[in-house]
Design a protein around this ligand. Structure first.
Ligand code: ZN
Length: 152
C-alpha cells in the first residue's frame, strides 16, 4: 500500500475526511447508483435539476478514500453548472486520470479542472482509476436517467 502514499495529497485527505455535499438531497429530481466491484466502492449521486442546470448535487455511500474524495470534489465542481458543462468536465477528468497525454500535460486543462487535478496522480495506479471516476459515471447515469452503473 506504500506506493499509494503519493495519492493521498492534502486535498484528497481533506475531502475524504470532510466530504462536501454528503447525504441525500431532500427532493432530488434524479439519482443513480455507482458500483465499483473491484474495490467495493458504492456511491449514489443525487441531482436536482432546474431546466438544464444542476441546481443541487450530493452523494452518499461508502468506499475508499479516493472514491469519496473524488465524489466530493465532483459535487463541488458541477454544482450550479449546466449539465452539458458537467458532462464535458467528466470527459476531461476521465482523460486526465486515464493519462490521455493530450489532456494530462495541458496546463490549461489542468487549470480548468481546478481542484479535480488533485486526482491526476491516479493515472499511475490503473486499479484506482475506477475509484476516481465512479462518482462521475454515476452523475452521468443520473443526468441521462440510466438509474445505475457498474464500472465492471
Ligand atoms: Zn475504491
Amino acid at each position: 500500500m506504500d506506493d499509494l502514499g503519493e495519492l493521498y495529497q492534502q486535498v484528497i485527505l481533506d475531502h475524504n475526511r470532510r466530504p462536501r455535499h454528503f447525504g441525500k438531497l431532500t427532493a432530488p429530481s434524479r439519482s443513480a447508483e455507482g458500483h465499483n466491484p473491484i474495490c467495493g466502492d458504492h456511491i449514489t449521486v443525487y441531482v436536482r435539476t432546474d431546466g438544464d442546470q444542476i441546481a443541487e448535487v450530493s452523494f452518499e455511500g461508502s468506499g475508499c478514500a479516493i472514491s469519496r474524495a473524488s465524489a466530493s470534489l465532483m459535487t463541488q465542481a458541477v454544482s450550479g453548472k449546466p449539465a452539458q458543462e458537467a458532462e464535458k468536465l467528466f470527459r476531461d477528468f476521465q482523460a486526465m486520470v486515464t493519462g490521455d497525454p493530450a489532456v494530462a500535460t495541458g496546463a490549461r486543462e489542468v487549470e480548468r479542472l481546478g481542484k479535480l487535478a488533485a486526482l491526476a496522480g491516479v493515472r499511475a495506479f490503473p486499479s484506482r482509476i475506477k475509484c476516481a471516476t465512479l462518482a462521475w459515471h454515476a452523475l452521468h447515469a443520473a443526468l441521462s436517467e440510466a438509474g445505475s452503473v457498474s464500472t465492471e
